[in-house]
Design a binder for this molecule. Structure first.
Ligand code: MRU
Length: 353
């Protein structure tokens, strides 16, 4: 099936610059930010102007090219040393989404393997960043197709639930979990999407809901604490979420709150799917206990917009991700098909590195 893509592209390469949709301003303002230097790309990733694992990978790949472009030496060894510093700067932005590390490593490898003067290396780096972006778009469409085929058959159209934003905004376009939703919607098999608001940064309310409204996908926004109730009331047929890092055994780090969603899905016998490209799988880690979990500024908990919502004198803990154990996951929807978490290792040879 050749599905059209959504019209939302969070990272755009145009006129020798990167343009990012400023995801901190959505849904009230749609703004593009021009990024011309590697340092600015690092800030954009850290401050979540661009976010979502595959989109971070695409942005970091362009960040590598922007950094390469700033290197002045014509000496190849010196260039490669300086490019490693560029990679380190980008990698220091966010620790959990493995696509950041996967993309910067792929860029470094291309630079090392390209024969010729430094200018050739720079050209190869731009081409690789563009390839990473194009591949991710194709990957998302394939994930959408496979997810569509894997979801349960029900007497009525499907009622799906998702968490955070694993949509076009979080990828090169189309989305992973939301890509599955899009494919179901376009085949006229979707009754409704339940979107968790996703505290504390509200990616569900701000971004998933925005994407769905753009496309006319029937969506009900709920607070995170309402998901169990919706399941108990029989309103949800399946849950589909994205991933920031999946380990070799299928344990999955995703936005905080995903683990509790998986637990309540199991309690209600509702299939729980993770939709992610192979670039999100970290085969070097045996299990999810080894995934670095980002902790963010507590302001995300105690302040909403301009309003302080908690009294002074508190301590805070603000982990941005949690790890869902593989045994709670019904299937992992990849661009190569849907696999049981235990069978993920069978796809290792297909991972582009
Ligand atoms: O902190 P964020 O907004 O970058 O977290 C994003 C998520 O957790 C997504 O679910 C994940 O990256 C998958 S995106 C296709």
């Amino acid at each position: 099936m050749n599905l059209p893509t959504s019209q939302v592209y969070p990272v755009i390469w145009q006129d020798d610059h990167v343009w990012l949709i400023d995801q901190n301003r959505l849904p009230t303002e749609y703004d593009l930010v021009q990024i011309s230097r590697c340092d600015d790309m690092a800030i954009a990733i850290k401050t979540m102007i661009v976010r979502g694992a595959p989109a971070i990978g695409v942005a970091a790949a362009y960040g590598m090219y922007l950094g390469a472009r700033e290197i002045e030496t014509g000496d190849r060894d010196q260039f490669l040393r300086e490019l490693e510093s560029v990679a380190m700067k980008l990698r220091a932005t966010r620790p959990t989404a493995v696509n950041l590390f996967w993309a910067t490593e792929r860029m470094l490898k291309v630079a090392r393997q390209t024969i010729g003067p430094v200018d050739y290396l720079k050209t190869a780096l731009l081409q690789t960043a563009q390839a990473i972006q194009t591949e991710d778009l194709e990957t998302c469409r394939a994930i959408g197709d496979h997810g569509l085929a894997a979801l349960p058959t029900t007497p009525h159209k499907l009622r799906l639930l998702t968490h955070c934003n694993a949509g076009a905004l979080a990828t090169a376009g189309y989305g992973t979990a939301l890509g599955v939703v899009r494919s179901v919607w376009r085949e006229d098999r979707l009754e409704r999407l339940y979107a968790d608001e996703t505290r504390p940064r509200l990616q569900g309310a701000r971004l998933t809901a925005w994407e769905c409204v753009q496309e006319g996908i029937p969506t009900t926004l709920i607070t995170d604490s309402m998901a169990a109730h919706c399941m108990q009331r029989g309103l949800v047929d399946a849950v589909v979420v994205g991933a920031d890092r999946i380990t070799a055994n299928g344990d999955t780090a995703n936005k905080i709150g995903t683990y509790s969603l998986a637990l309540v899905s199991r309690a209600h016998n509702i299939p729980f799917y993770v939709a992610a490209p192979l670039s999100t799988v970290d085969f070097s880690l045996s299990d999810g206990g080894k995934i670095p979990i980002e902790e963010r500024d507590p302001i995300e908990i105690y302040q909403i917009g301009e309003t302080i919502i908690a009294p002074e004198g508190l301590d805070y803990y603000n982990p941005s991700f949690d790890v869902t154990p593989a045994e709670l996951i019904t299937g992992i929807i990849t661009e190569y098909g849907v696999v049981k978490p235990a069978d993920l290792v069978g796809l290792q040879a297909k991972q582009v590195s």
